[in-house]
Design a protein around this ligand. Structure first.
Ligand code: NAP
Length: 455
C-alpha cells in the first residue's frame, strides 16, 4: 500500500500521494536544521502563545478535522471530534506548564552554585500510527516544541491528509516555518532519516516490529529513542467490584476507536464468583452496539482502518476457534457490508497456546478468562509479553494495594478504564516500549539534562 487516503468504510480510494524524493527530504532536513538555532532562542512565553493559538485553531475547526480522521481511518465521528478537543487540551497544558517543568533545578553540592538546566536537543523525528492520527502527534509535538526542539513527522501511510493538516495547523499558529514539518515517506525511508546527523533523536508509536527496527537504526547512531508500542491490557474484575460499572466501562474500554487502541482492555480476567453474570451482561451490551458508517452520530463501532488489519484480526480469532476457543458473539468479518467491518466479538474457554496468550488483538474482540482467586488473576495478567496498562475493579483496600504493587504495567487504573491524560505520564514496560510521554516526564525525554557546576 502506498501513501493514500482510502475510506475504510467503503474501500474507495480518495487521494494518493507520491513519497517525497531524496531531494525534497534533503530540503526539509536542511530547513529543520537551519530553523533550530533561532527557534531555540525564542522565549517560552512566545512558544506558549503559538501553542495556545494552535489550540484555538483545533477547536475552531474540530468538526472538519474530525471528519478528516474519520474519512482516513474510520473512527467514529464523535470519537474524532473528542480527539481534536483533547489535542487542544494538551497544547494548553504544555503552554501553561512547560516553563515550570523545564526551569533550572538547584542542587546543594561542593560548588558555590550548582544546578540542572534542561536544553533542547534539536531535530526530533516522530514516527506515528494511524489509530489516533491527531492525538498521537500533538502529544509528541506540544512538549517537544515547548522545549525548543524542532519536529519532523513521518505519519502512517494511510493518514496523509491528517499529517498535512497538522503541519498546517502548527504553521498557522505562528510557529516559524520549518519548526514542524510533515514528511510524506514510506517506512523504508525512515532509517535514512535517522542516520542523518542533523536528526538527534526519535520517537515511535506503533507495532513492536516497527519499534524494534527504529530503535536498532537509532542505536547504531547512539541516538535517544522513546517507544510506545502495543499492549494486551488486562481488565481484572474481582468479586467485590461494582459489577454494573465494570461491565459498562468494560464495553467502552474494549470498543474505543473500533477496538484499535493500544490501551484498550483486551484480556478480561474474571473471578469465578462474578464471571457468569459479567459474561452475560457483556454479551448483551456487545450485541446492542450499532455498527456502520462512522460518519453517523449514533454509530458505536465503525470499520477497521485497513483490509490488512481486518485480515489479521480475523485470522487471530479463527486460530483461537480452531484450537478450541468458544465464540460468545461475533467471530466472523461482516462481508455483507462494504469496507473493513468486523463485529464486536467475545471469545472464551481458551486452551493453552492460542494467540490470546501472547498477541495483541487490534480490533473489537474481547478475550474472557476465568480465575479462582486474586493470585491467579495477577499471575495471568502479568503472563504476557506486554506491559502497557492494566485496569482492575475492586472495592477492597488490600486488593487495591496488591494490584497496584504487583501488576507489571506502565499504568494501573483502579475502578476506571486506562486512558491518557496530559497531567499523567504515559508509556509501557516489557515489549510495550520504554520512555514516557505527557506530564513532566514527557517533556523531559527530548532534552539535554545539563549539569552546571560553578565555583
Ligand atoms: P505500525 O505498522 O508499526 O505503524 C506505525 C508507524 O510506524 C507508521 O508510521 C508506519 O509507517 C511506521 N513503520 C512501520 N514499519 C516501520 C519500520 N520498519 N521502520 C520505521 N517505521 C515503520 O503500527 P500501526 O499498525 O500503525 O499501529 C498499531 C500499533 O500501534 C498497535 O500495536 C498499537 O498498540 C500501537 N500503539 C501504541 C501506542 C502507545 O502509546 N503505546 C499508541 C497507539 C498505538 P507506514 O504506515 O508507512 O507503514
Amino acid at each position: 500500500m502506498g501513501i493514500a487516503t482510502i475510506n475504510p468504510a467503503t474501500g474507495a480510494t480518495i487521494k494518493t500521494f507520491e513519497p517525497l524524493s531524496g531531494e525534497s527530504i534533503e530540503a526539509k532536513l536542511a530547513l529543520a536544521q537551519q530553523v533550530f538555532e533561532p527557534y531555540r532562542r525564542t522565549t517560552m512565553s512566545q512558544r506558549a502563545q503559538w501553542l495556545n493559538q494552535a489550540a484555538e485553531i483545533l477547536e475552531k475547526d474540530k468538526v472538519s478535522f474530525g471528519k478528516l480522521m474519520t474519512t482516513e481511518m474510520g473512527k467514529t465521528i464523535k470519537g474524532a471530534i473528542a480527539e481534536v478537543q483533547k489535542c487542544a487540551l494538551v497544547c494548553r497544558y504544555y503552554a501553561e506548564h512547560a516553563a515550570e517543568f523545564l526551569a533550572d533545578v538547584p542542587a546543594a553540592t561542593d560548588a558555590s552554585q550548582s544546578f540542572v538546566r534542561y536544553q533542547p536537543l534539536g531535530v526530533i523525528l516522530a514516527v506515528m500510527p494511524w489509530n489516533f492520527p491527531f492525538w498521537q502527534v500533538f502529544r509528541f509535538a506540544a512538549p517537544a516544541l515547548m522545549a525548543g526542539n524542532v519536529g519532523l513527522l513521518k505519519h502512517a501511510s494511510n493518514v496523509p491528509q491528517c499529517a498535512l493538516a497538522i503541519e498546517e495547523i502548527i504553521q498557522q499558529a505562528g510557529f516559524p516555518e520549518g519548526v514542524f514539518q510533515t514528511l510524506l515517506i514510506g517506512a523504508d525511508q525512515v532509517a535514512g532519516i535517522i542516520n542523518d546527523e542533523r536528526v538527534k533523536a526519535a520517537t515511535l508509536t506503533g507495532s513492536e516490529a516497527a519499534g524494534a527496527s527504529l530503535a536498532a537504526a537509532a542505536g547504531k547512531q547512539m541516538k535517544k529513542t522513546v517507544l510506545e508500542l502495543g499492549g494486551s491490557d488486562p481488565y481484572i474484575v474481582l468479586e467485590s467490584a461494582d459489577l454494573e460499572a465494570a461491565v459498562a466501562t468494560g464495553v467502552t474500554a474494549r470498543m474505543l476507536n473500533n477496538g484499535q487502541s493500544c490501551i484498550a482492555a483486551k484480556r478480561f480476567i474474571l473471578l469465578e464468583g462474578i464471571a457468569d453474570e459479567f459474561e452475560r451482561r457483556l454479551v448483551e451490551r456487545f450485541q446492542n452496539l450499532k455498527i456502520g458508517d462512522p460518519m453517523e452520530e449514533e454509530i458505536d463501532v465503525g470499520p477497521l482502518a485497513t483490509p490488512g488489519i481486518l485480515a489479521d484480526l480475523a485470522q487471530q480469532v479463527q486460530a483461537c476457534v480452531d484450537q478450541g476457543a468458544k465464540v460468545l458473539t461475533g467471530g466472523k468479518p461482516l462481508v455483507n457490508l462494504p469496507g473493513n467491518f468486523y463485529p464486536p466479538t467475545i471469545l472464551t474457554d481458551f486452551p493453552v497456546g492460542t494467540p490470546a496468550d501472547t498477541e495483541e488483538f487490534f480490533g473489537p474482540v474481547a478475550l474472557l478468562f476465568r480465575v479462582s482467586n486474586l493470585d491467579a488473576a495477577i499471575e495471568l495478567a502479568n503472563n504476557t509479553p506486554f506491559g502497557l496498562g492494566a485496569s482492575a475493579w475492586t472495592t477492597d483496600e488490600e486488593e487495591k494495594q496488591r494490584l497496584i504493587n504487583e501488576l507489571e504495567a506502565g499504568a494501573v487504573f483502579i475502578n476506571g478504564l486506562v486512558k491518557s491524560d496530559p497531567r499523567l505520564p504515559f508509556g509501557g514496560i516489557k515489549r510495550s516500549g520504554y520512555g514516557r510521554e505527557l506530564a513532566i516526564q514527557g517533556i523531559q525525554e527530548f532534552v539535554n539534562i545539563k549539569t552546571v557546576w560553578i565555583r
